[in-house]
Design a binder for this molecule. Structure first.
Ligand SMILES: *[C@@H]1O[C@H](CO)[C@@H](O)[C@H](O)[C@H]1NC(C)=O
Ligand SMILES: *[C@@H]1O[C@H](CO)[C@@H](O)[C@H](O)[C@H]1NC(C)=O
Ligand SMILES: *[C@@H]1O[C@H](CO)[C@@H](O)[C@H](O)[C@H]1NC(C)=O
Ligand SMILES: *[C@@H]1O[C@H](CO)[C@@H](O)[C@H](O)[C@H]1NC(C)=O
Ligand SMILES: *[C@@H]1O[C@H](CO)[C@@H](O)[C@H](O)[C@H]1NC(C)=O
Length: 327
């Protein structure tokens, strides 16, 4: 029933259902290690929260860390959602959940990794559950969590309730597409909404929004790195490649990010992966033409398929470029 799954660096799977989790070896069909239960309410269907693998960085040896937020107590319309999150490093000798409070309770919440290393948590409700007509109190705030500092902020607010079956995906331009909501058994149009009847209290929503993270607000949007060129678009483990781009201001910080947005169903966002690639010092010509070498992460197994490479210069991302990773 919609467990949370994450592919870990050694090719094993982190599998989480309700409160319990384990590392599973698909090849040998064996549990490698069982994690302690995550305190708090139920975390998966019919009270799903959200789960994400935090960005993998060279500075902590690409050690994977899972973060799970929200959830609920019962499949009922009056059930208040969970307002806590847990973080856990599955590979540590004695994995422990580190609990952090969210600014508000959340069910059916979804996480999107942003290009400044923070996590956007959005969509869902503050009360109710998955199922038809069971979600109320739409959660409209865009919550930002900073994994390095472990703190939260609210950075934007929508007017559109997205209670269940909504989707949020990071786009090539670094903004986030947010779409859909349907907490009803059958589609309910705007004109059929009846707030006195919980089974018709919210419409089936077809409106689409774009969320602009802080790194593209104001003057940031016009200081993107441009003309990004990759020497290769097909990679295997340990591949190195060269990136060229143009930056008009003095280059102070540079991140090369490999990203896969994954896919979403039933408020469960799966397969999202973000890896900060190792790169060697950059060279800038006097026209602003910059060259840098990056390499695929050593010893990190990722699934074959399409990924996006983002160049983030002085904190501002350029337009992402699709690449293919082959085993
Ligand atoms: C999974 O099992 C296979 C077959 O027994 C083994 O070769 C592999 O090393 C195991 N992987 C992990 C991560 O334990
Ligand atoms: C894996 O193990 C389970 C339980 O131990 C068993 O029911 C199942 O048939 C096994 N699957 C495969 C593919 O061997
Ligand atoms: C975390 O704290 C820092 C320093 O006070 C602040 O700049 C930042 O906005 C806070 N929130 C997030 C999500 O980073
Ligand atoms: C530009 O991005 C930086 C870093 O993300 C942020 O601190 C700043 O507030 C942004 N500028 C605007 C006008 O939002
Ligand atoms: C990639 O690098 C790792 C660690 O350096 C090594 O164990 C592995 O064999 C390399 N893989 C390939 C395909 O070269």
């Amino acid at each position: 029933m919609y467990p949370f799954l994450h592919l870990l660096n050694d090719g094993s799977l982190f599998i989480f259902a309700d409160r319990s989790s384990e590392i599973f070896n698909v090849t040998s069909n064996c549990t490698i290690k069982t994690m302690p239960d995550l305190p708090g309410m139920h975390r998966t269907y019919p009270n799903t929260g959200g789960s994400v693998m935090l960005p993998l960085h060279m500075e902590n040896n690409y050690e994977p860390e899972i973060m799970i937020c929200g959830g609920g107590q019962a499949q009922a319309v009056d059930s208040r959602c969970d307002a806590t999150c847990g973080r856990l490093k599955p590979f540590s000798v004695e994995p422990r959940w580190q609990i952090t409070a969210m600014p508000e309770p959340r069910g059916m919440v979804e996480a999107v990794l942003l290009l400044d290393g923070t996590v956007l948590w959005l969509n869902g409700c503050q009360q109710g559950a998955q199922g038809f007509g069971l979600a109320t109190e739409p959660a409209l705030e865009a919550l930002i969590y900073n994994p390095r500092r472990g703190n939260w902020s609210i950075s934007g607010r929508s007017v559109i309730p997205r209670l269940y079956h909504s989707v949020a995906l990071l786009l090539l331009d670094g903004t986030v597409l947010i779409a859909r909501s349907n907490p009803n058994e059958m589609p309910i149009t705007m004109s059929q909404v009846d707030v006195r009847d919980q089974s018709k209290a919210f419409p089936t929503d077809f409106r689409v929004e774009i969320y602009t993270p802080v790194y593209l607000r104001g003057a940031n949007a016009s200081s993107r790195p441009t003309d990004i060129k990759l020497s290769d678009r097909t990679y295997t483990a340990n591949s190195t490649f060269e990136i060229e781009f143009i930056i008009r201001s003095k280059l102070e910080t540079l991140d090369i990010i490999l990203y896969s947005g994954g896919f979403v169903t039933h408020s469960v966002h799966m397969g999202q992966v973000m890896i900060y690639l190792e790169h060697s010092g950059w060279r800038v010509s006097n026209t602003g033409q910059t060259k840098v070498k990056a390499c695929m992460p050593k010893g990190v197994k990722i699934a074959p398929g399409p990924y996006v490479v983002y160049v983030v210069a002085n904190g501002v991302p350029g337009i992402g470029e699709f690449v293919t990773f082959k085993l």
